[in-house]
Design a protein around this ligand. Structure first.
Ligand SMILES: NC(=O)c1ccc[n+]([C@@H]2O[C@H](COP(=O)([O-])OP(=O)(O)OC[C@H]3O[C@@H](n4cnc5c(N)ncnc54)[C@H](OP(=O)(O)O)[C@@H]3O)[C@@H](O)[C@H]2O)c1
Length: 272
């Protein structure tokens, strides 16, 4: 039996179990992917406990993507944040970076030479900024808490050009791409948009890490204002594809994963 899972706090809205269980069923793998709500003092016990129980891998989500670095050896860019653990080797990976790169590739968007504004400096913000830099763009990162934004920009400079810019001044910027890496616009969190509407210009690329709802308030507004949009759902699906491959060595069918993700979000739409 292949045991996989996800840890986070809270975790109840995660659709990763639906995606991975559907893939295992489709591939005829006798396995189970389970979601675990882990309280902050229990994080270490949860990771080592899963390993002791024979779990092969875990996904890691809010708020533990950085904290798990205390227990696992990061592979490559995962030293910024970990979203996938291979418990057999206690190695941490960041498949969010791959997820973002693939989301842009899937939309046939070239980022070479562009200037991007990334809003948010948590695990997702750093992964998105890094993916955008790897694709040849310069990144300006902004964050509600300035110290965290400054620290993220410092860490990211190892990979390319990245500066911090205060959030209350972003109206002054002229950028080619805006990426939201905050929960603003997420179902149950807020129905607002993370930037002043007037900075969304026709032809600009707008990416939203939030995928629930699939069409977020930012994506809706960006479409209205003539921007090209990239959905966080693609990031979610591609990061899951890469995680599954790390755990099993098998490339899962992305189209099935996307269909299951959309169905799961439709079900959640009905619930409060
Ligand atoms: N599509 C995907 O596959 C995918 C993957 C990962 C995450 N996400 C989404 O990305 C978002 C961020 O995730 P994360 O893992 O980076 O979380 P995180 O590490 O907790 O970071 C949250 C970020 O959002 C900022 N923030 C929180 N509330 C805010 C508000 N009301 N106004 C402005 N900024 C606010 C925080 O700023 P402070 O530093 O000031 O607190 C921080 O920069 C979540 O909505 C998550 O669902 C999507």
């Amino acid at each position: 039996m292949l045991y996989l899972g996800i840890i986070g706090y809270p975790i109840s809205h995660s659709i990763s179990p639906r995606i991975h269980n559907a893939v295992m069923e489709h591939l005829g793998i006798n396995g189970r992917y389970l979601a675990f709500e882990v309280k902050p003092p229990d994080l270490r016990d949860a990771v080592f406990g899963a390993r002791a129980l024979g779990f092969v891998g875990l996904n890691v989500t809010i708020p533990y993507k950085e904290e798990v670095l205390r227990f696992v050896k990061p592979v490559g860019e995962a030293k910024l944040a970990v979203n996938t653990i291979d418990l057999r080797k206690m190695e941490g990976y960041n498949t969010d970076v791959y997820g973002v790169e693939m989301a842009f590739k899937n939309a046939s968007l070239e980022l070479e030479g562009k200037v991007a504004l990334v809003i948010g400096a948590g695990g997702a913000g750093k992964a998105i900024a890094l993916a955008i830099m790897k694709m040849g763009a310069k990144v300006i990162i902004t964050n509600r808490t300035e110290s965290r934004g400054l620290e993220a920009a410092r860490e990211l400079r190892e990979y390319g050009e990245c500066i911090f810019y205060p959030m209350n001044k972003i109206r002054d910027l002229s950028v080619d791409l805006i990426a939201n890496a905050t929960p603003v616009g997420m179902k149950g969190f807020s129905s607002g948009i993370p930037v002043p509407e007037e900075i969304l210009k026709p032809g600009m690329i707008v990416f939203d890490a939030v995928y629930n709802p699939v069409e977020t308030p930012l994506i809706r507004k960006a479409k209205e204002r003539g921007c090209k949009v990239v959905s966080g759902l693609d990031m979610l699906v591609y990061q899951a594809e890469k995680a599954f491959e790390i755990w099993t060595g098998i490339k899962p069918p992305v189209s099935l994963m996307k269909r299951i993700a959309i169905e799961a979000l439709e079900v959640q739409k009905e619930s409060p």
